[in-house]
Design a protein around this ligand. Structure first.
Ligand SMILES: NC(=O)c1ccc[n+]([C@@H]2O[C@H](COP(=O)([O-])OP(=O)(O)OC[C@H]3O[C@@H](n4cnc5c(N)ncnc54)[C@H](OP(=O)(O)O)[C@@H]3O)[C@@H](O)[C@H]2O)c1
Length: 319
């Protein structure tokens, strides 16, 4: 007797992302990870699993036998914006390859500000030999906003250098050597923080949280002059105009931003030229396609063997 056909896999990278053409390319990659089943780019009744980034609204609802949705990245805000999203488990990408890239970005940016990279680059450009003061790690408090997989990994990497680490999360999650604050403790967390690092997901609650009010509550007189803000979580959690204004009038001493409300960051956005503002193009932790394919393969194998899916998103919380 012929074996029953295995559920097929839909790969859909939505319109408006600028990478729509990648659905076909990505489908070829996932076909290598799933040689025993069909990988398609259009919805059909045979589709059992969807792998997606910004799915076109309503598209996944057309797959009546869908069993799970896999996000191409750690965030899922781009999937949850679909009001007709089928009520099946939504799985985000959690993998050491992604975590280590984010840790690199955070450590890189902390040192950029601690060791005055932008100012030294300017002095070199001018051909000026001049030593700048740079506080030791022990004198700086790094405050990590969002203490999940990425925030905790960043803390583990920064602790051995001697930085003081504060962490703020909804539940007040903690770790040895870290001062933890819960949702109610935001003001105290900010007052104790020189460099705020946002690794928050985009949800209704985090929208626009990095704004004038929050900047005003950061520790004012620190060893870097003004406080510094880093954001590699999501652009929707910052108000770029507020960050720009604070950099220009000195309420902020610096910023490193990987994410923006509008991406790509428009050429006329003033942040491009704001003082001591380092911009990276949503490149802090790009998904490794091969690691993602293996991750989804493992999950599909597990679920078809009757095991639980991992890293399923809580839709009520939005992350
Ligand atoms: N720039 C890039 O290249 C890039 C790459 C990958 C990921 N990201 C972003 O990084 C985000 C974090 O990833 P992750 O894997 O660390 O996520 P995670 O494990 O789900 O952690 C999220 C953290 O944020 C906290 N949080 C959520 N809403 C909050 C709120 N309203 N108030 C206070 N804390 C809140 C959570 O608190 P609890 O611990 O109490 O639940 C948790 O500690 C992703 O959602 C994605 O947007 C960006």
């Amino acid at each position: 007797m012929a074996e029953p056909t295995k559920p097929s896999i839909l790969v859909t990278i939505g319109k408006g992302t600028g990478v729509e053409h990648e659905s076909e390319t990505a489908a070829k990659l996932f076909q290598m990870a799933f040689p025993d089943r069909e990988v398609v780019t259009e919805p059909s009744p045979g589709v059992g699993y969807a792998i997606t980034w910004h799915p076109p609204l309503g598209l996944l609802a057309q797959c009546e036998n869908l069993q799970a949705i896999f996000s191409l990245g750690a965030g899922v805000d781009h999937v949850l914006r679909d009001p007709d999203l089928p009520d099946v488990p939504l799985v985000r990408f959690v993998d050491p390859t992604l975590t280590s890239r984010m840790v690199e970005w955070v450590v890189w940016q902390v040192f950029n500000h601690q060791r005055r990279a932008a100012q030294y680059a300017q002095l070199q450009h001018e051909g000026t030999w001049k030593e700048l003061t740079s506080p030791p790690a022990e004198d700086l408090a790094i405050g990590i906003m969002g203490f999940g997989k990425l925030g905790q990994a960043a803390a583990k990497a920064l602790l051995p250098f001697g930085f003081k680490i504060n962490a703020w999360s909804r539940s007040g999650r903690t770790m040895d050597g870290v001062t933890a604050y819960d949702a109610e403790g935001l003001d105290a967390f900010l007052a104790a923080t020189n460099i705020a690092v946002s690794l928050l997901p985009a949800t209704a609650e985090t929208k626009g949280i990095i704004n004038t009010d929050l900047i005003g509550k950061l520790k004012k007189r620190g060893p870097l002059g003004g406080p510094v803000v880093l954001n590699a979580g999501r652009g929707d959690s910052q108000v770029s105009a507020d960050i720009d204004a604070a950099l220009r009038d000195g309420r902020l001493g610096g910023a490193s931003l990987d994410v923006f409300e509008t991406e790509p960051l428009p050429a006329d956005n003033p942040l491009w030229t704001a003082p001591n503002c380092i911009i990276t193009p949503h490149a802090a932790a790009v998904t490794d396609p091969r690691a993602l394919a293996m991750y989804i393969r493992r999950q599909v194998d597990a679920v078809e063997a009757g095991k639980e899916l991992e890293n399923v998103v809580d839709r009520g919380r939005g992350y």
